[in-house]
Write a protein that binds this ligand. Structure first.
Ligand SMILES: Cc1cc2nc3c(=O)[nH]c(=O)nc-3n(C[C@H](O)[C@H](O)[C@H](O)COP(=O)(O)OP(=O)(O)OC[C@H]3O[C@@H](n4cnc5c(N)ncnc54)[C@H](O)[C@@H]3O)c2cc1C
Length: 380
């Protein structure tokens, strides 16, 4: 157990681990194999209060901080990557946007059902022509009348997209204004003109649903606008900064799961009349995995604590995400190596972890974009 966590956080970690091992672990392989959205698991996470973990208790949340959320995400991800992606998107990306940037009416209307897990949220920023350069988006709004926007365009790669009831959508009122024309809206799934096209065939995180979202003359009430008109770029950047900490925590969890599996396999698999943990090359791989994992966890903890203390954390969050995602890539690779041929086949958990880990170097800003954020902060 990590000594820098409070007693309460250590208890939270223990409870979440027991829950993850008994409730998520046995189903992780099946939801991955058949691309099944883990709705039942999501509802169990809701019962534990995790679907509203960092959200305001006034609206049904649990008032947890980012270190609490880091603890929970790590434990879930160590057992089921897909469930952690679903939860991060629901809480840290989408619901958190309303929690942080919504007015009282918006929070009262949307947050209680999101905190309780009755409704699921998604965050639609990426488009077919704009991923890393997300603020160059083309989905557009125009005023139909003083109370209504008309929304047109399409988004891709929206996690939770197939099942979401609520979408945070970023759009532009004036593409020529660049990022200064961007507005963030809350869009109800039942809005006429909104359609969802599932995107199947992911390499990993196959239980987290991904979808293309199409808006055709969707009428969105102006009261659904988050923050000021044309302030959407600020909303997006701030939420991505904080949610990155949770992707780092997810990487720490996946890496911990891979290390745990590797240690237990190395202690029982025999070659040349001895367990493979007695071969120094295997023991040293475990040593490197544990060292890089600790470094990733410490960077993640630093970013989460700075967030919770109200300090600047943008550079630290990018460093944590960059390092933890790349370190977890090396760790899952070694885990497959330690498992030999067994690690290359389903349903070996390290085979799934190897595939699940890969996207952490891509979503919520690729490694190259994290390097851009870090270097800009150094050179400003
Ligand atoms: C499984 C999955 C789930 C996702 N979930 C969501 C979601 O819920 N909501 C959402 O909005 N998006 C989501 N995304 C989209 C994700 O955030 C983007 O895929 C990511 O930001 C990269 O964008 P892109 O795919 O367009 O790649 P591109 O931007 O086309 O990049 C291609 C390559 O060029 C590099 N590159 C680009 N620009 C630069 C630069 N300036 N300097 C150096 N290198 C550069 C990139 O690092 C990358 O290696 C998801 C993606 C995946 C795969």
């Amino acid at each position: 157990m990590q000594s820098f966590y409070t007693d309460q956080q250590q208890l939270l970690a223990k409870t979440t681990r027991e829950f993850a091992l008994s409730e998520l672990g046995p189903k992780a392989s099946n939801i991955d194999e058949h691309e099944i959205f883990p709705r039942e698991q999501f509802m169990s996470l809701a019962t534990l209060g995790f679907t509203g973990l960092t959200l305001d208790s006034k609206y049904g949340g649990s008032d947890g901080n980012y270190v609490d959320m880091m603890v929970v995400i790590e434990e879930i991800a160590s057992v089921c990557g897909s469930s952690s992606t679903v939860l991060i998107t629901h809480v840290s990306l989408a619901s958190q946007t309303i929690n942080r940037f919504g007015n009282n009416e918006q929070k009262s209307r949307w947050l209680p059902d999101l905190c309780s897990g009755k409704k699921i949220a998604a965050f639609s920023l990426s488009e077919p022509q704009n991923g890393s350069d997300a603020l160059g988006l083309a989905t557009r709004i125009e005023k139909k009348d003083p109370n209504t926007y008309l929304l047109n365009g399409n988004k891709i790669f929206t996690t939770n997209g197939e099942v979401a009831d609520v979408f945070i959508v970023f759009c532009t009122s004036d593409k020529s204004a660049g990022y200064k024309g961007i507005t963030a809206l809350i869009v109800d799934r039942t809005t006429p003109g909104l359609s969802v096209i599932p995107q199947h065939g992911k390499m990993g995180m196959r239980g987290s649903s991904t979808a293309e979202i199409i808006f055709e003359n969707c009428e969105v009430p102006i009261e659904n606008r988050l923050s000021d008109e044309d302030n959407g770029y600020f909303v997006a950047l701030k939420i991505l900064d904080s949610s990155r900490i949770m992707i780092a925590a997810q990487c720490v969890g996946i890496a911990q799961g891979a290390l745990n599996a590797s240690i237990s396999y190395a202690k029982q698999r025999k070659t040349f009349d001895t367990v493979i943990s007695n071969h120094q090359s295997i023991a040293f791989m475990l040593a490197d995995m544990a060292t890089e994992l600790d470094a990733a966890r410490l960077l993640t903890y630093r970013a989460a604590s700075r967030h919770d203390k109200g300090l600047n954390y943008s550079k630290e969050a990018a460093m944590a995400k960059l390092y933890a995602s790349e370190a977890s890539g090396k760790i899952v690779n070694k885990a497959v190596q330690i498992h030999g041929g067994t690690g290359y086949f389903r349903p070996s958990p390290v085979e799934r972890m190897y595939r699940d880990q890969r996207v952490t170097e891509i979503y919520e800003g690729t490694s190259e974009i994290q390097r851009l954020v870090i270097s800009r902060s150094l050179l400003k």
